[in-house]
Design a protein around this ligand. Structure first.
Ligand code: ZN
Length: 93
């Protein structure tokens, strides 16, 4: 099975390649499977090819599961972003 390292993909919306900023902005939506398949493919392709975004994805996935476990089905996205940002700071420290 050949895994080709493909570029992050072209954005139909912006015309530019998917970058870390875009991947990060859509990470929670991606994990929640609320993105359309085109966007999800772009984010997934970026995460798979980008080490820092893939570690963010893992961190966010952990947060998501923790929130679920705490019976917070619909945590405000602002809160979740804040938690992820806090974890990023810890991770980078
Ligand atoms: Zn990235």
């Amino acid at each position: 099975m050949s895994h080709q390292a493909k570029p992050c993909g072209q954005s139909p919306a912006t015309g530019g390649p998917c970058d870390c900023q875009e991947a990060y902005e859509h990470l929670l939506e991606y994990l929640d499977s609320t993105l359309n398949s085109t966007s999800a493919d772009r984010i997934r392709a970026h995460i798979e090819s980008c080490e820092s975004c893939s570690s963010d994805a893992i961190t966010s996935e952990i947060v998501r599961k923790l929130l679920r476990r705490c019976c917070i089905e619909q945590a405000p996205s602002e809160l979740r972003v804040r938690i992820v940002q806090r974890l990023r700071i810890i991770d980078e420290a």
